[in-house]
Write a protein of this length. Structure first.
Length: 258
């Protein structure tokens, strides 16, 4: 195994192993330490590590899963840049910043949970993450996200709370969070509906309908668009809701499924 270590610093990993566990005595992972480790699929980093340098795992094309240490407050820029197969990562509670290009072009990454400890997210952190659909973040921190990522976070919030969307909340934090999401959705209902329909996210649409976040004209327009795109479940939801709200007229002159 070819790993260059100097005391408590891991300077360079140059091995062809598929699975590697960083030794317990390591505290520092230097810049570019694992960059270009093509064969590495699983990497475990112990909690002894409290510093990870810039681009440390850049171009680890086979990396699918990594365990980050709990003590890392700040991670270097471009940490997982071009880790095309990265599917699973858990960010530690206590991390303060998600740096520039941190997940750039992580094409396989679909879900990311952002800890409450995060205070800053760079606008380039998720560039090229074309399949990142589910972002879990406190609504109070929504504005930290790059603009495109905010839509994914709002849809994720709605999807996970659709069932109880019409229930009265008593917790002040939850009430504030719902208000932030609802205000965002009212101002951008068209964009959110387009995205939800494209992603077949019926639960997010259900949330918007229950919360009264879709105006009547928008409901009629997007009902037609949903039917045209053959989104049967979403179309049925919209049609049912529209008929309940207004029994004096039909939203469609013709059957939308025909």
């Amino acid at each position: 195994m070819s790993v260059i270590v100097d005391g408590d610093r891991l300077i360079r990993y140059e091995d062809a192993a598929v699975h590697y566990v960083v030794p317990q005595h390591i505290r520092y992972i230097e810049d570019l330490a694992f960059s270009g480790a093509d064969h590495l699929a699983v990497l475990e980093i112990p909690d002894s590590v409290d510093h990870i340098g810039n681009y440390a795992f850049r171009m680890c094309y086979s990396l699918e899963e990594i365990t980050l240490p709990q003590k890392v407050a700040e991670a270097g820029a471009g940490l997982f840049q071009h880790c095309w197969k990265l599917k699973k990562i858990s960010l530690p509670e206590g991390i303060l910043m998600i740096g520039g290009e941190m997940f750039e072009s992580c094409h396989a990454l679909q879900t990311l949970e952002i800890p409450d400890s995060v205070e800053k997210i760079d606008r380039t952190a998720f560039s090229g993450c074309r399949n990142l659909r589910d972002i879990v973040i406190s609504p109070a921190k929504l504005k930290m996200l790059p603009p495109a990522a905010r839509y994914a976070a709002v849809l994720t919030y709605m999807e996970r709370r659709a069932e109880n969307a019409d229930e009265t909340l008593t917790d002040e934090t939850e009430m504030t969070g719902r208000r932030i999401i609802d205000d965002f959705a009212r101002d951008r209902q068209g964009n959110l509906l387009d995205l939800a329909i494209n992603r077949r996210n019926a639960e997010a649409v259900r949330y918007m309908l229950k919360r009264g976040l879709i105006e009547a004209d928008a409901l009629a327009d997007y009902l037609e668009k949903s039917a045209e795109r053959n989104r049967v479940e979403i179309t049925a939801l919209m049609l049912e809701y529209g008929q309940k709200k207004d029994n004096t007229r039909d939203l469609f002159d013709e059957d939308p499924f025909r």
